[in-house]
Design a protein around this ligand. Structure first.
Ligand SMILES: *[C@@H]1O[C@H](CO)[C@@H](O)[C@H](O)[C@H]1NC(C)=O
Ligand SMILES: *[C@@H]1O[C@H](CO)[C@@H](O)[C@H](O)[C@H]1NC(C)=O
Ligand SMILES: *[C@@H]1O[C@H](CO)[C@@H](O)[C@H](O)[C@H]1NC(C)=O
Length: 857
């Protein structure tokens, strides 16, 4: 019987989706569909976090080691509020599916919301309601019924049938509530209240139940929440030790004995149903209301190791833990993990499985551009694929715990993750940010975060903070010591860092940390000072560059050096709020990629690498135009908010994918007003030499000018209409070429889609790219024609964008101005749909329409 079960799940496991593996004894279902929602800008219920807090705090008790928070004796608040009652008529409320971000539909210009937060209406109180059906079995007294929340922004409080069950204030936390006590047979009313203050973030936080919600039904004797810890303390090609800690929880009324066993399977192995290792069965007795650890280890021979491509492969394993009694399976719990070792070398950087891996990382915020903070698997996968195509092998989850699913994707794709907890500790950065919660919640939030994420092989280090306030202070050093020791106690297998932009080697903070993570200051020369002071700590650039630009906009004269302020002549157009895509501008701190590369080379091999600020543009923080009348989204991204690469993408690709024959030339070549004017031609390439021709006339062949230099420049070229060609050479042979041609008038729309077939699950997405082209098919680079999307068939337009940080048209709009020749439409199928979805895009004026067909199945 086991063999049969595992054959089924191995087939599923090949698709590497742990969520769909059969787990006898345990039912975990999505609670995402069919909610009712209403947002209030004035408090409709007179509740507040302070009035609810005594009932929420005990939720933290599972994650704190000191004095527990008492359960209040007073009756819980909110029972009289209409929204928590079954009788309340919510017909007029909005029907929504989760994940849901109530602010992303706009409009921009929300009162009280700063440019830093993206000018979208995140503030206010949101109520969500849903009917939950419970069977007689669910309430028979043998089951525990849990609500698992991957993330709700923020200050969540949950009522079931009018009873306050609990909640969790921090919007980036994942948490569990036990609904069992208040559940009854038939229909139950679940109501969730969220509240977001203004000034609660430095960037766009999103608003609402913006991550997945799950209902878990298990026996009262079960594997506890995040109740396994799998580590691989000894790893070689020949064999690996896999250590498995299982925490068994008995929420029943009497002590019970249970048999605990764990089998290890290779994911996607294809060799059949055989476990590669089995941990011997242990019988353990667990008292009523108690938890017990069952710890053991096993040797896996010839392990297939987890490691980052291209030099390694991210092989995965599955630990299947079974609780049973006689022949009856009580609970099945799966833990996906990887077998790999990490070495943090002060002299040689990061080693995975004893092989040096240079960290080529980007920092990323959690929003998905036009989709906002609402978690979407495909949107996240697309981002990671774009980063991978660029050659990135690492991510920093700046500055908060990511959606759990992002780490699943990172495990599968072999990304190295610097998993970050906090943007502030006891001293805040905005009036209503996490510093308000820090005193009472930081231990619980941090322990919960580590327990949730510690089995992911992709996580290679923890960050306890980002650029916290007062890095010079003794208080901050004490806080760092406490936080780091919390992490060590939950996970002794990984090192801890905190991203420091202001600490110097003589401050107490860096001395407390395992890894020296420097934001920007490494490039100014401080890598050496820290290395000298801390010769036994690994160092990396936890945040680098902060280059700013807007895709496809170029200004003149071009700076002759390799880095310049955005405000310098030729770097930007302040009136239009665009920054030159020659990619040389910094915001007042930071550097161009070129300057970072040179610094990284200078400190090899001991600087482990860098995490660039940022992989993608994100909502909010539109530096330098965050004030009144400013922009909506950032300029930092290597890729714009719509997912279109800026020129910088190829600069990173040149360095990060040295094996790829690639030549990228800029700017575009349509400058009717610049005939005869100096219009520098730059080429990004990993080639040894590059030659450029304008209308067939060579502008010279240039050699790579030094270590870490991937920019070739012809700064004296005078513009004339026609064509510019760049050819790269390696070992004397051609190694890639690029051509830019002068475009004529906009005449047509070239429409394409990233995937022709999508799931008809109402969640999967097709990204439709629209290029404004002339009658020969050349992209017209400076058009801003408005295009109009329409969808026929069983699909729906979700949002549109163009990557322009100044565009204040709300994201759901079907009409969108093109920016630097491009626009994007995001389309999904109707839930349960099959068939052809036709997306038609029409332009204004005399432009021919374009069309693309996506099949839902
Ligand atoms: C339970 O709720 C569902 C959906 O809201 C409704 O169709 C059904 O009639 C309800 N059942 C009872 C017994 O109230
Ligand atoms: C089992 O592992 C847990 C978690 O690491 C630890 O707290 C406990 O002391 C261990 N128990 C034994 C008997 O080793
Ligand atoms: C579109 O481009 C034209 C020509 O460059 C410019 O005058 C106009 O202001 C632009 N419109 C918008 C909405 O940006």
């Amino acid at each position: 019987m086991f063999a049969l079960t595992y054959l089924v799940f191995l087939a599923v496991a090949n698709a590497a989706n742990a969520a769909t593996i059969p787990t006898p004894g345990r039912v975990r279902t999505s609670l995402n569909d069919n909610w009712k929602f209403s947002r209030f800008t004035n408090n409709p219920d007179s509740l507040s976090y302070n009035s609810l807090k005594p009932w929420l705090l005990p939720q933290a008790n599972l994650f704190i080691t000191g004095t527990k928070y008492p359960n209040p004796s007073a009756s819980s608040p909110g029972a009289n509020i209409p929204y928590v009652q079954s009788s309340f008529n919510d017909d007029t409320w909005q029907q929504v599916d989760l994940p849901h971000d109530w602010a992303i539909t706009g409009p921009f210009g929300a009162p009280g919301i700063s440019g830093g937060m993206g000018r979208l209406p995140t503030n206010g109180i949101g109520w969500y309601r849903k009917t939950l059906l419970a069977t007689a079995d669910d309430i028979s007294g043998t089951k525990s019924i849990f609500l698992d929340v991957d993330g709700a922004m923020s200050y969540a409080a949950v009522w079931l049938n009018g009873n306050l069950v609990g909640g969790w204030p921090w919007g980036y936390a994942s948490w569990r509530l036990d609904l069992t006590r208040y559940l009854r047979e038939g229909n139950n009313t679940l109501a969730i209240r969220l509240e977001n203050a203004v000034d609660n973030s430095r960037w766009y936080p999103g608003a609402g139940i913006y991550r997945n919600l799950w209902l878990v039904k298990v026996d009262r004797m079960h594997v506890a929440q995040w109740g396994t810890q799998v580590t691989t303390p000894d790893v070689s090609e020949k064999e690996a030790t896999v250590k498995v800690v299982v925490q068994v929880e008995n929420l029943g009324g009497a002590a019970r004995e249970v048999d605990v066993s764990t089998r290890i399977y290779a994911v996607g192995d294809g060799s059949g149903a055989e476990a590669v290792a089995t941990i011997k069965t242990v019988t353990t007795a667990v008292a009523a209301g108690e938890k017990r650890f069952v710890n053991d280890s096993v040797t896996v021979p010839n392990p297939r190791l987890w490691g980052p491509p291209p030099s390694q492969t991210p092989h995965l394993y599955l630990a299947v833990t079974t609780l049973s009694s006689g022949s009856a399976v009580i609970d099945t719990y799966t833990t996906r993990f990887g077998i790999r070792s990490i070495t943090y070398s002060p002299s040689n950087g990061l080693l995975i499985n004893s092989q040096r891996v240079y960290v080529q990382g980007t920092c990323n915020h959690h929003d998905q551009g036009a989709l906002g903070a609402a978690y979407n698997h495909r949107a996240t996968q697309r981002q990671l694929q774009i980063l991978r195509d660029m050659g990135a092998n690492a991510l920093r989850t700046s500055h908060n715990p990511p959606a759990p699913d992002l780490l699943d994707l990172a495990d599968e794709m072999g990304f190295l993750v610097l998993d970050e907890a906090f943007d502030c500790w006891s001293a805040g950065k905005t009036a209503n940010d996490y510093h308000l919660l820090y005193p009472e919640w930081h231990e619980a939030d941090l322990r919960a975060f580590i327990r949730r994420d510690r089995n992911h092989p992709s996580v290679i280090a923890w960050s306890i903070g980002n650029e916290v306030q007062n890095q010079e202070s003794a208080l901050v050093a004490r806080e760092a010591i406490e936080l780091q020791s919390i992490v060590h106690s939950e996970d002794p297998s990984r090192q801890v860092t905190s991203a420091m932009n202001a600490a110097t080697p003589d401050h107490a903070l860096p001395a407390t940390l395992d890894i020296i993570g420097l934001n920007y200051q490494g490039e100014y020369g401080n890598y050496a000072a820290f290395h000298q002071k801390f010769p036994d700590k690994m160092i990396w650039g936890s945040e680098t560059a902060s280059c700013i630009s807007s895709r496809g906009t170029y200004f003149f004269p071009v700076h002759s050096g390799n880095n310049n302020r955005y405000s310098a002549v030729g770097s930007s157009d302040a009136a239009a709020r665009y920054i030159s895509a020659y990619e040389l501008a910094d915001p007042g701190w930071g550097d161009s990629p070129d300057a970072v590369f040179v610094a990284q080379e200078r400190f090899q091999p001991w600087v482990a690498g860098e995490f660039v600020w940022t992989g993608f543009d994100y909502l909010g923080e539109p530096t330098p135009w965050g004030g009144q009348g400013g922009s909506r989204s950032s300029y930092f991204g290597i890729v714009d908010l719509a997912g279109f690469p800026k020129d910088r993408f190829w600069l990173y690709q040149a360095r990060w994918r040295p094996e790829k024959a690639m030549v990228h030339l800029l700017p575009h070549w349509t400058w009717p007003e610049r005939v005869g004017d100096v219009t520098p031609v730059h080429v990004f390439s990993g080639a040894e030499e590059v030659e450029v021709w304008v209308n067939g006339v060579s502008q010279g062949r240039r050699k790579k000018s030094g270590k870490g230099v991937y920019r070739f420049r012809w700064d004296e070229v005078k513009y004339q209409a026609g064509e510019v060609v760049a050819v790269g050479y390696k070992d004397g042979k051609e190694w890639g070429r690029d051509v830019k041609k002068t475009a004529g008038k906009a005449a047509a729309l070239a429409v394409s889609v990233d995937r022709a077939v999508i799931d008809g699950d109402g969640r999967d997405l097709a990204y439709v790219r629209v290029e404004v082209v002339d009658d020969k098919g050349t992209m017209v680079p400076r058009t801003n024609n408005t295009v109009e999307f329409s969808v026929a068939g069983p699909g729906k337009l979700v949002a549109t964008d163009n990557g322009d940080p100044t565009d204040m048209t709300a994201f759901p709009s079907a009409s969108r101005r093109a920016f630097s020749g491009l626009a994007l439409g995001i389309v999904k199928a109707e839930k349960g749909a099959k068939g052809k979805i036709t997306v038609t895009v029409r332009g204004d004026g005399l432009i021919r329409e374009g069309e693309v067909v996506v099949t839902a199945q």
